[in-house]
Design a protein around this ligand. Structure first.
Ligand code: 2HA
Ligand code: ZN
Length: 271
């Protein structure tokens, strides 16, 4: 067997957590990532039928039986993932009962997966139903996105429209827009179900006054979605209190979306 610490998916998790931490998106234990892995890529490093221990999921994940995920740990700091992946990350496989996770590697100090696993796995199920290539679900507390929550209406059309106006590339990067949930108690199956419902329609879901979820085919795509929203939110927060002299017009957004051939939420424009 090869050394798991050299596995590309472990390296991706380490580097992504480090980047997110340095961008200020994931203070303390804020944020979590789950990344669905291919059986054959994991089998080069681990016996995928082994089990260090079993951890109850607390919800039904029947749709994901046998699937393997690398997931950040509960209470763990993104800051520390790079230097100690085996304590701060875990690789789990959904057991045959659909209600238990078998730990294949990690959570070395006896820990377990993020408290937001319901939202993650339910979001994976929802995204896979519309995009069989989806692999990554990422949650984070990006500063300007969060700041914007306090001064902008939490309405998905209005929020998306404002973000699209802030950078020319926004409508091309997230033409499906941003789904918005009101403030809800986190770490629960209820917020998981609500997030997954939005994920059928959006790859980005805002958790009001908490943070954001992104989903995508790769770590780069998912990170890039959140990064682009955060950039737009930053421009908004730098300009919202100033007189607006110029803006990207809705007709210009249509030209962008059509030129780049993206399927966009036309109903989020005021045409
Ligand atoms: O796990 O970000 O939403 C820490 C969080 C909870
Ligand atoms: Zn959070």
């Amino acid at each position: 067997m090869k050394n798991i610490l050299n596995a590309p998916f472990v390296t991706e998790m380490r580097n992504t957590c480090a980047n997110m931490y340095r961008l200020g998106w994931d203070e303390r234990n804020g944020g979590n990532i789950s990344y669905m892995l291919e059986e054959n890529e994991v089998a080069e490093y681990l016996d995928i039928n082994s089990s260090i221990r079993e951890i109850p999921l607390g919800f039904d994940a029947t749709a994901l039986i046998g699937k393997i995920f690398i997931v950040t740990g509960t209470g763990k700091y993104f800051k520390n993932v790079h230097d100690d992946p085996e304590t701060n990350l875990g690789i789990i496989r959904i057991a045959e009962d659909g209600k238990t996770a078998r730990l294949l590697w990690g959570y070395r100090d006896g820990g377990r997966f993020t408290s937001e696993l319901p939202a993650h796995l339910m979001s994976h199920i929802a995204r896979l139903s519309v995009d069989p290539e989806n692999r990554v679900v990422m949650h984070s507390h990006p500063t300007h996105t969060l700041a914007m929550n306090y001064v902008h209406e939490l309405d998905e059309k209005k929020f998306t429209h404002t973000l699209w106006e802030m950078c020319t590339e926004c409508i091309v990067v997230f033409p499906d827009g941003v789904g918005v949930l009101p403030w809800m108690l986190c770490g629960t199956n209820e917020i998981g179900e609500a997030t997954a419902e939005k994920m059928k329609e959006f790859r980005l879901v805002l958790w009001g006054m908490h943070g954001i979820y992104g989903a995508g085919k790769t770590m780069d795509e998912t990170f890039g979605l959140i990064e682009t929203v955060e950039k737009a939110a930053q421009i908004y927060m730098l300009t919202a209190h100033l007189p607006r002299v110029n803006t990207i017009k809705d007709e210009e957004m249509v030209r962008l979306a059509e030129f780049f051939g993206v399927k966009y939420r036309r109903d989020f424009l005021n045409l």
